[in-house]
Design a binder for this molecule. Structure first.
Ligand SMILES: C[S@@+](CC[C@H](N)C(=O)[O-])C[C@H]1O[C@@H](n2cnc3c(N)ncnc32)[C@H](O)[C@@H]1O
Length: 479
């Protein structure tokens, strides 16, 4: 049976901002989530999905534009999934992020809260990322202009970003405003070379083709890493492309490649080959009073490093201030990644223990202590819920302070159980997802009181917000 088409709702006022960067409108009793609109817009909404109490739709006609709107600066706005909030002034973006943190902590956390400090904005609002990942595809996303032109496109090769929710469609990117040069220049030159020499772009559905992904990492030290990911093994074509890149972009200090023949794009389980230069780059960060030299961090192809380097410094400084260390404390840094926070605070503590899932990241963390002359850190690799238990705490000591910076999913119940058992005097909870953070704070509420909240914007023009919370042990455990 043919499904009834979903209705077109006319002249609907957009009233607020919802999760995932979408905006919200109300129509009768129904809540509708719509991308690429802002509060104050009046639009016709074509519903595309309808559930009992809510619906999803897209704006198909604008009757009025919100007074809040600013012109998007990027030619790919409205199609590309990134930078969805560039139609809002930065001050408004910050206001909505503040609201997001407040809503999550109050509605999900349901705990007593101090005043939430104003979001710390990012000084750089463009070219703030140090890492971008692009995908090659032979199924370029056809923009509205392409379709309207009536032309037929024989070659639909693209190098760019995935269209949201469409795994095999890629938007061809001409200019991206997220990463400093030579990022755009490298991507465009590689695409031209591959088109000129008829290198097959990846077919994501059929899993065929030579060219698969590009990962570009830039650094405040000026070093540049490029990882070219191929699907097929073709030494001649591979070397021709890599030679071309090496000659054209002398500033690339680490030219790497991978041949990834598995179904997904992740490179964590892949062998990384060095074509030219080193297998890593360095990031550096001024640390402040107790360090005379900036800290240097070694970053390999698989290492995690905060993508907004300047704002990472601010984030870590807030975490360190919240921890309020005197030099005598045993600190646990949970989800330490490459040990960045652990090394950042090491000179302020007696000892720091970092725990992290990815073994390569832990190896980098150890190197990062070594190259910075830090001798009071210990690092362990493994799943947090398995490693952090009563036995571990008995062996390595009860922490005075725990810093935790989990992935978006937040912390596992068992990890929270062990934290409650360990009873550190302070917990500094750094989160990239205030919703899961709020859930975890609720679970910690039996013994901890939230005393400080400082949101930080690491990702301008997106809905993402980082939030740092200080929890202090209630004196009698039941206060
Ligand atoms: C948001 S990152 C934090 C990294 C680090 N604190 C930093 O600022 O660079 C979260 C880290 O948690 C790690 N992770 C994810 N799940 C984990 C688990 N179950 N056990 C231990 N570590 C995990 C990830 O590999 C990642 O390095």
């Amino acid at each position: 049976m043919k499904k009834k088409p979903l209705p077109l709702l006319e002249k609907v006022l957009i009233t607020g901002i919802a999760a995932e960067g979408k905006a919200i409108a109300k129509y009768n009793d129904m809540v509708i989530f719509i991308p690429f609109v802002v509060p104050g817009d009046v639009v016709d909404i074509q519903l595309i999905r309808k559930k009992h109490s809510y619906a999803e739709g897209k704006a198909v006609y604008f009757h009025e534009y919100s007074a809040q709107r600013v012109e998007p600066f990027c030619e790919h706005y409205g199609v590309c999934g990134g930078c969805k909030w560039q139609i809002l002034p930065y001050s408004e973006q910050i206001r909505y992020k503040q609201q997001q943190v407040t809503d999550n902590l109050t509605r999900i956390g349901k705990i007593a809260l101090p005043e939430i400090s104003p979001v710390l904005g990012s000084e750089k609002t463009r070219f703030y990322r140090n890492k971008l990942e692009y995908t090659f595809s032979n199924k370029r996303w056809m923009t509205w202009e392409d379709v309207q032109s009536g032309k037929t496109f024989e070659n639909r090769d693209a190098l760019g970003f995935h269209i949201p929710d469409m795994f095999d469609k890629v938007l061809d990117i001409n200019e991206c405003w997220l990463q400093e040069e030579p990022s755009n220049a490298i991507r465009l030159a590689i695409k031209d070379f591959c088109l000129q020499h008829s290198y097959p772009f990846f077919d994501l559905r059929e899993q065929t083709g030579l060219m698969r992904n590009l990962i570009i990492r830039t650094s405040t030290t000026g070093e540049v890493m490029l990882i070219v990911v191929f699907y097929e093994e073709d030494k001649e074509k591979r070397n021709a492309l890599l030679d071309f890149i090496a000659n054209r972009f002398q500033e690339i200090t680490s030219l790497l490649y991978i041949v990834n023949q598995k179904a997904n794009d992740t490179i964590t389980d892949q062998v990384v080959h060095v074509f030219k230069g080193k297998d890593h780059i360095f990031e550096q960060m001024d640390v402040g009073a107790k360090h005379f030299l900036p800290l240097r961090f070694k970053i390999g192809a698989k290492s995690f490093y905060q993508t907004n380097s300047e704002q990472a410094y601010n984030l870590y400084t807030i975490a360190r201030n919240f921890a309020g260390l005197s030099g005598n404390e045993l600190v646990y840094d949970l989800y330490t990644g490459t040990g960045t926070i652990a090394n950042f605070i090491a000179k302020d503590a007696k000892q720091v223990i970092g725990i992290e899932y990815v073994p390569e990241a832990i190896e980098d963390a150890k190197v990062n202590s070594e190259i910075n002359g830090i001798t009071n850190t210990l690092f362990f690799a493994g799943d947090m819920k398995n490693i952090l238990n009563a036995g571990f705490i008995a062996q390595y000591g009860r922490p005075d302070v725990m810093i935790t910076d989990p992935p978006r999913a937040g912390m596992h119940d068992d990890v929270i159980g062990t934290i409650l058992f360990a009873e550190p005097k302070k917990i500094v909870y750094v989160s990239c997802n205030p919703a899961t953070q709020a859930r975890d704070l609720n679970l910690l509420d039996s013994k901890y009181k939230v005393t400080k909240v400082q949101p930080v914007d690491m990702f301008p023009h997106t809905h993402h917000v980082e939030n740092v919370v200080l929890l202090e042990l209630k004196t009698n455990g039941y206060e």
